[in-house]
Design a protein around this ligand. Sequence first.
Ligand SMILES: Cc1ncc(COP(=O)(O)O)c(C=O)c1O
Length: 382
Amino acid sequence: MRVEQETPKENIQRERTQSLRGAAEPAPRSADPAPRSADPAPRSADPALRVCDSVLDAIGNTPLIRLSKFIPSPSPQCFVKFEAMNPGGSSKDRSAREMLLAEERTRGLEPGAVVIISTSGNMGIGLAMMCAYKGYRLIAIVDPKISPVNEKILRIYGAKIVKVVERDQHAGYHLTRLKKAEELRNKYPDAIYIDQYDNQWNAEAHYRTTGPEIARALDGKVAAIVIAAGTGGTVMGIARYFKDHYPETHIWAVDEHGSLALPANSIPQPRYLNGMGASQRPANYDYPTLPKYLDKQHYVGAAESIQAALDLARTEGILAGGSGGAVVTVMKNVMRHAYRSDQNVVGILPDHGSRYTADFFDEEWLSIRELPVSLAVDGDEP
Ligand SMILES: Cc1ncc(COP(=O)(O)O)c(C=O)c1O
């Protein structure tokens, strides 16, 4: 008996009619189904199309985006590395992965293990993401400066939040958080305490990934990189990588007025930019050797940084957080004049501005702190 074969056009016609009728009957199977291989699909060699075995593998390889409007001409070729494209939304995913894997290597963590971290947000989120995947229980010690969005994200990943509310003797919360960490370590003697301020793996993450990614993307031709200073992981990892492999590249560190992270300031003052700065000197910087790694140190204010983040969003369509704003303000106002138009300058944007709609990008938040930034859009009612 001869079986009538449908032409592809008839096949499409029939499927369309069936879907219009509600596809009561399943379409007959093709007489000659395409052979299926039992092997998984071949993996693409193109890093942009990579298949990740877990969320851990999805960390890194963030894009470098050229700035063509935010920085006036003449200027060097300016690029930003958009770390918000990491799966947990910030550059801290890289350090969280490296620090937790180091603990696993040395202590052999079992599912259910308790991990404690003092964090202003992003490191906690990176670790919470990792702990969710690994089956560990994260306790995140935070302070009132955490953005409400970050706090919610931590909870979504299943982290337990312990919030300190008392200010320390420098009018910040850093030291109060450390005191709380000590208390919790006594309470959970088997817990893993991750000290991101004094942890070789924090910077190592950036030595192994962020630094080489920048160098590869620009063929090693990088005149300068500007990095926001907090725990020191990002700046020290990238600085060490470049000084080892491309010593001509200048490393600029940017910090908020009143922070003690960089050695150029020793008078603490209240600060506003989430994730940047420190109320005491983090050991990650290894201060005696620091001049070998940092070519420039620059201080910025919160208002100019938030304004720059806003301007970046409205000119380039790139929405960064306050520390990203600090980075691009230095690129625009200082580095633009320091490098030639044929040189490449890179800034690291640590996270996404959407995390700060209830603080940096909120009129009331700005007005309470008397930060002169206007969120008005042209054409808004006065
Ligand atoms: C938004 C943001 N910017 C900058 C930094 C500073 O990075 P690092 O701690 O590696 O110095 C952090 C760190 O948490 C951060 O979350």
